[in-house]
Design a protein around this ligand. Structure first.
Ligand SMILES: Cc1ncc(COP(=O)(O)O)c(C=O)c1O
Length: 450
């Protein structure tokens, strides 16, 4: 292989992909990998689904691009209709983009332009959580709560106010779980008051945390209270369902678990499940009408509503429905979560297992009671992923506590997994954890076999 002219985030590189099918990927040496993280929680329906490929080929035979200022296209229209039918009541206006960051940018700008045209020009602040991840573009970085993605750009952005994510699993207090939820939700109220309610435009959050927190789920009371506070202050609620949307958590939207009624929703990742770069913003009709009828949305992308991407998205959502993948995510997710929790018996350094549906993660710690993280310099988040990769198991890791310390691992296979697939994933994970523990001198209760 000659010199590569490509670059990504770091200089480390991976083998080349040869082909992918179902939950498996093969590199050009013939080695097989199980995609137990669906890439970065993207490949919800598995790889190379023949129905989706056929739909894309049919679209390619008619048109791969038709610019929206010149032509409408059936694929975008049908996908918008289907998407609207899957959204909470009233969110029936759909705007297509090419990915999660573009989607979050679109949500922020639509919210702001709505305030701008409806006599609320002073509202521009978007409160978000720490930790959180909302994307890589500068607008998304301004609401992202992860040090390493924000720090170099701090001078270039207008950083938005953050409140702590509801990391109740780290708290040692006398409160019940639900009381803790209220305590964290009230931080939103306090922040709105501190910022000046007339200046607060929106609150953006991931209903189930993604890579920044490792599938953090707040107490039920948090969601109820956050919704109430947003309504009370006229603050728009933006649900970033880029990772959680399209069935990953066992409901089409994670917001549904708590009956949340966001004003604007961002979806991407599983929405076209890796078959095309595609995301969708869903927004309330009155928000969109106010903006579109008052000079138009001052925002757009060349590839918005691309017919090939939309044909892929439409076929993906049809597969999600045809195969009952949302229910499968709920059922297989519950059993995978129980199996991950059972690993805590063998590995005292697993501090927490969390998530919903097939958005699941476990976190490693030095002490399960204090939840003190493993030493940062151990780089557990890299070591365990590499042990797994060597064995042909792909899992996804990040630093947990805002990006600098803590190690969590997402185990988020495609929603098509069956029990045999889960057994294979778990066995490889156990082998990887054993090897990681040995190389890092961490204890293993070997008498507990799983
Ligand atoms: C919750 C959330 N929002 C936004 C994004 C950004 O999406 P993309 O990487 O497609 O731009 C991500 C990506 O991981 C995400 O998890």
């Amino acid at each position: 292989m000659g010199e590569s002219h490509l670059f990504y985030q770091t200089s480390s590189r991976r083998p080349r992909i040869a082909r992918a099918e179902g939950i498996y990927l093969w590199d050009t040496s013939g080695k097989r990998y199980i995609d137990a993280s669906s890439g970065p929680m993207v490949s919800n329906i598995g790889h190379s689904n023949p129905r989706v490929l056929d739909a894309m080929k049919r679209q390619m035979d008619s048109a791969t691009f038709a610019y929206r200022l010149h032509f409408e296209n059936d694929a975008a229209e049908s996908l918008a209709t289907l998407t609207a039918s899957l959204m909470p009541e009233g969110l029936d206006r759909i705007f297509f983009v090419s990915g999660g960051s573009e989607c979050v940018e679109s949500c922020l700008k639509l919210a702001r332009q709505y305030a701008y045209v409806s006599g609320q020009q002073k509202r521009w602040k978007v409160i978000s959580l720490f930790p959180s991840y909302h994307g890589s573009t500068l607008g998304a970085v301004a609401v992202t709560g992860m040090h390493q993605f924000v720090e170099p750009f701090r001078d270039m952005i207008r950083e938005m106010p953050k409140i702590p994510a509801a990391t109740c699993y780290l708290d040692h207090d006398e409160l019940s779980h639900e009381e803790r939820g209220l305590r964290y939700a009230n931080m939103l109220r306090d922040e709105i008051e501190r910022q000046g309610p007339e200046s607060v435009l929106a609150f953006i959050m991931e209903p189930v945390g993604g890579a920044s927190t490792g599938a953090l789920v707040a107490p039920d009371s948090w969601y109820r209270e956050v919704q109430k506070i947003c309504r009370e202050y006229g603050v728009l609620l933006i649900a970033d369902e880029v990772m959680t949307g399209a069935g990953r958590t066992g409901r089409f939207l994670a917001s549904e678990h708590w009956g949340l009624q966001p004003d604007i929703i961002a979806m991407a990742k599983g929405f076209a499940a890796g078959y095309a770069p595609l995301g969708a913003m869903a927004a309330k009709r009155d928000i969109v009408t106010a903006v579109v009828d008052n000079g138009g949305f001052a925002h757009g992308y060349t590839y918005a509503g691309n017919p090939l991407a939309c044909a892929a998205g439409l076929a993906v959502l049809e597969e999600v429905r045809r195969q009952g993948l949302v229910d499968n995510a709920a059922q297989r997710g519950a059993s995978l979560k129980a199996s991950l929790a059972a690993l805590m018996g063998r590995y005292p350094f697993i501090g927490d297992v969390r998530g919903k549906g097939l958005l699941l993660a476990f976190e490693l710690v030095a002490d399960r009671y204090t939840m003190e993280p493993l030493p940062a310099e151990l780089n557990a988040h890299v070591l365990l992923v590499e042990e797994a990769y060597r064995r042909g198991l792909i899992i996804y890791s990040r630093r947990t506590r805002g990006g600098t310390v803590g190690d969590h691992f997402m185990v988020c296979p495609p929603l098509i997994v069956n029990d045999t697939d889960l057994d294979e994933i778990l066995q490889l994970l156990i082998d990887s954890l054993d090897a990681f523990a040995d190389s890092s001198s961490l204890p293993v209760n070997r008498e507990i076999s799983l």
